[in-house]
Design a protein around this ligand. Sequence first.
Ligand code: ATP
Ligand code: MG
Length: 268
Amino acid sequence: MLFRTHFEIFKSIRALLPFVLGAFSLGLVIEVNELMKVFGKVKALDGLSFHVENGEIFGLIGPNGAGKTTALRIVSTLLLPTSGSVKVFNRNVVHEASDVRKIISYLPEEAGAYKNLSGDEYLGFMAKFNTPNKDELKTVVANAAEISGLGKRLKDKVKTYSKGMKRRLLVARALMNKPKLAVLDEPTSGLDVLHAYHVRGIIKQYVREHGVTVLLSSHNMLEVEYLCDRVALINKGKIVAEGTPAELKAKYNVANLEEAFAKVVHLA
Ligand SMILES: Nc1ncnc2c1ncn2[C@@H]1O[C@H](COP(=O)(O)OP(=O)(O)OP(=O)(O)O)[C@@H](O)[C@H]1O
Ligand SMILES: [Mg+2]
């Protein structure tokens, strides 16, 4: 009888374990462990590890070819790792890819929108994938229109847009559904100062208001410093420094992140 009771207690604890562990990892949105990605002879990622907490804006910075886009594509389930593991909200990006896709949105480094649609039509078309309710759809599209800041130009066909205007449309598409996790590969690349400022403001506001977590990559240190709660510096597929912008500046005894970046990459 005693044995049976103990056994039952053990069984109950075992059954509860995933929930207890889940509660502990609630704060973690992304867990990247010892990630490797090899393309032929190129080691794009070489044991990359980092984590992103709930509600954080986390920035990956690093020189061209460091592995940022490769890492973001693996987190977004678009590319398979060679080895290592990545979890998004405790779900494995390889084995539970369809679950992960439902809760994230991904802005590729180089993305195109459908040229023959107007900006409005494009946003409406994309919104339908995640918004079955018609009333809600209107709100989502109106929201996206505001994020884009494109105003009347949304009536024009995408093929008449400048590079920066297309980027703003795509950033709006990536954020309009208030994803739990937005993965943004160089969100403001190609934008002029004013529009980059607008997009950064939107990203910051979105995170705070809607509890969106953001993983982004950027070459713009001003942007990283303004936006990111924490930053990881990646070089040759590895993290070589990590911390808040203030911590990194203090650690390398420099006035801005650009100098920290130069110091670390030069030393690495
Ligand atoms: N599909 C691919 N096939 C072969 N090699 C690839 C592929 N994708 C990336 N690579 C290589 O992997 C390495 C990392 O590339 P990645 O695009 O991740 O760098 P990045 O940090 O995003 O650079 P950038 O700042 O220029 O965008 C590079 O050496 C690149 O040539
Ligand atoms: Mg890249």
